[in-house]
Write a protein that binds this ligand. Structure first.
Ligand code: SRM
Ligand code: SF4
Length: 564
């Protein structure tokens, strides 16, 4: 057997995630923490980062890198009250870089928190009754739920399932409470146990998402475990189970690749917790603990076979799964503007570019949402597409919200091209340690260039799904973009084409390692072809496959028998 990866040793010796974090936090000589602690602190919802814009300059000046911490919340389904919104805004303004970042997994991220303020920041987040436990690390991550969960009774039921599951799979270590919230140590921590995870937790992160067809706004097949709600007359009767989704890859390493989940059967809501536990513990026991790059469930399944995996979880469950039920996904984007819920209340979905809530470039987004939070009596819901829903608004309150939305220029969604509305960009530079190219900061310019190109072909109104990420890890789920740019080096990207707009087909590499002029030159004839030859209502990605622009050799389809 191969040697365990170094992170396994760090976890095993950490006394359930404590490590030397106390000593690291009190060391005033450096703005960083001990290397082993950088791994452990992830389980507490934080990453040590450094400002990459300043890295070289500081190195030349022989200064330590400009270290700071990113903090991510755990927030199943991304639901917060207006009061919590105001508290998070105040935290971002006081301790962070003055921005709130809505993520592709319905969480908030704070960037730029310095070491001596990490503890007060985590305390302030907890004061808002939100925590950051297991937001990162080798555990179950933030559970995704189709946005607008109040739209039907079934959405509410699915949301309740997700919250229960998130709680059920939370680590039991008290380390978080001791380290950050000053809880007294119980028996020095040694007496503790993690009944679900064990002392070394999972081999790697584990992701769960709940979709409510016909919307696949969470990209359910990108999750290790996907739950597709099956409704009968608007009542939840259970879930189709998808396993083995995951998008991360490494350039030039064919042993790593994006993979969509396989639908393996149907379960009732009562079977949910046990099924999730069976899938998670199978991965805990059989996942690759030697090579972190191949430690996700998708590789366990591909290495051992899907039939083996299904048999193993059925063995753990003590029953076989029922056959998957029919369902249809029509779209994986958000629905912008006002929508009325089943109970008569209203929900307004706003476009937040790259999920960055900030007062920048003449757009007072942070201030506007602060103002809205002071008058709003419903709640806020983050979407998995980095957008925001002002949810549960009484009909009588709509006008006031609309006025604020206009006053603070939050109404861009009314005029934006579909390309702009649906575009996703990961954080990338300057905070992400793994970024090879720009993503979020480049998106505005890229959109202008692509819109101009679409205009030339009369395609401005064509709904095309664009995603960009600064490296191949896939945080903006680029492999599910009809057009995607995956960062390779500064100013250079792999151009991927041909996913669908339903999150059911991966795209494929079209051109490698190209610059902006080359990207535009590559897309120009493709747009011309689409403008001239597309069928009625035919999506861009579907057209590229049908017209043979992109071969569909390896793009995996969800088996037809489970689609209506
Ligand atoms: Fe991610 C690592 C940001 C969703 C796959 N991701 C990172 C880190 C923490 C970089 C690092 O390890 O040092 C990034 C922090 C950047 C920063 O400065 O904030 C980061 N990931 C993000 C976010 C903020 C992107 C965004 O713009 O919204 C998303 C936060 C989600 C959340 O709230 O929990 C985010 N990351 C995703 C997704 C999308 C999803 O889950 O739907 C994926 C692809 C799905 C998957 O997991 O396969 C994703 N992130 C990765 C990977 C590749 C993991 C793999 O096993 O292949 C890494 C690298 C790693 O873990 O080593 C990574
Ligand atoms: Fe960073 Fe890469 Fe994720 Fe973008 S895709 S946030 S560059 S790890």
């Amino acid at each position: 057997m191969n040697a365990l990866s170094p992170v396994e040793k760090i976890k095993a010796e950490s006394r359930y995630l404590r490590g030397t974090i106390v000593a690291s936090m009190t060391d005033v000589v450096t703005g960083a923490i001990a290397e082993a602690d950088t791994q452990l602190i992830k389980f507490h919802g934080s990453y040590q980062q450094d400002d990459r814009d300043l890295r070289e300059e500081r190195r030349q000046q022989k200064l330590e890198a400009a270290y700071s911490f990113m903090i991510r919340t755990r927030l199943p389904g991304g639901v917060v009250t207006p009061q919590q919104w105001l508290q998070l805004d105040a935290i971002a303004t006081h301790y962070g870089n003055g921005t709130l970042r809505l993520t592709t997994r319905q969480a908030f991220q704070f960037h730029g928190v310095i070491k001596r303020e990490l503890k007060p920041t985590l305390q302030a987040i907890n004061t808002a009754l939100i925590d950051t436990i297991a937001a990162c690390g080798d555990v179950n991550r933030n559970v995704l739920v189709s946005a607008n969960p109040v739209q039907s009774r079934a959405h509410a039921a699915v949301y309740a399932c997700a919250v229960r599951l998130s709680e059920h799979l939370k680590p039991r270590s008290r380390a978080y409470y001791e380290l950050w919230l000053d809880e007294q140590q119980i028996g020095g921590g040694e007496e503790e146990s993690e009944p679900l995870y064990g002392a070394t937790y999972l081999p790697r992160k584990f992701k769960i998402g709940f979709a409510v067809p016909p919307l696949n706004d969470i990209d359910v097949f990108a999750n290790d475990l996907g739950l597709i709600a099956i409704l009968e007359e608007d009542e939840l009767v259970g879930f189709n189970v998808s396993v083995g989704g995951g998008l991360g890859a490494t350039h030039g390493d064919a042993a790593t690749y994006p993979r969509l989940g396989d639908v393996i059967g149907f379960i009732t809501p009562e079977q949910l917790l046990a099924t999730a536990k069976a899938a998670l513990t199978t991965q805990r026991d059989f996942g690759n603990r030697a090579e972190r790059k191949r430690a996700r469930l998708k590789y366990t399944i591909d290495d051992r076979g899907l039939a083996w995996f299904v048999a193993e979880i059925e063995r753990r469950l003590g029953h076989v799964l029922q056959p998957a039920r029919p369902y249809t996904f029509t779209h994986n984007g958000d629905r912008f503007g006002w929508i009325q819920g089943y109970d008569g209340r209203w929900h307004l979905t706003l476009r937040i570019e790259s999920g960055r809530v900030a007062d920048r470039d003449g757009k007072p987004c942070l201030s506007g949402l602060r103002e809205i939070a002071t008058v709003h009596r419903g709640d806020f819901r983050l979407t998995a597409n980095q957008n925001l829903i002002i949810a549960n608004v009484a009909a009588a309150d709509r006008a006031e919200i609309d006025a604020l939305v206009s006053r603070y220029a939050l109404d861009g969604f009314r005029r934006a091209s579909p390309l702009r509305l649906y575009a996703l960009a990961c954080v990338a530079l300057p905070t992400c340690a793994l970024a090879m190219a720009e993503a979020e900061r480049y998106l505005p310019e890229l959109l202008l260039q692509l819109e101009a190109l679409l205009d030339r072909h009369g395609l401005r109104d064509a709904p095309i799904l664009l995603r960009i990420s600064g490296c191949p890890n896939g945080c903006s789920r680029p492999y599910l973009g009809e057009i995607a740019l995956v960062g390779k080096a500064p100013g250079r990207y792999n151009l991927m084409l041909g996913a669908d707009f339903r999150g059911q087909r991966l795209n494929r590499l079209y051109q490698e390692n190209i610059t902006e002029p080359e990207i535009l030159a590559a897309l120009d004839p493709v747009f011309a072809c689409y403008a001239g030859e597309r069928g009625e209502g035919e999506g861009f990605g579907d057209f590229l496959i049908r017209a043979g622009v992109i071969a569909d050799k390896t793009a995996r389809q969800i088996p037809a028998q489970v689609l209506t």
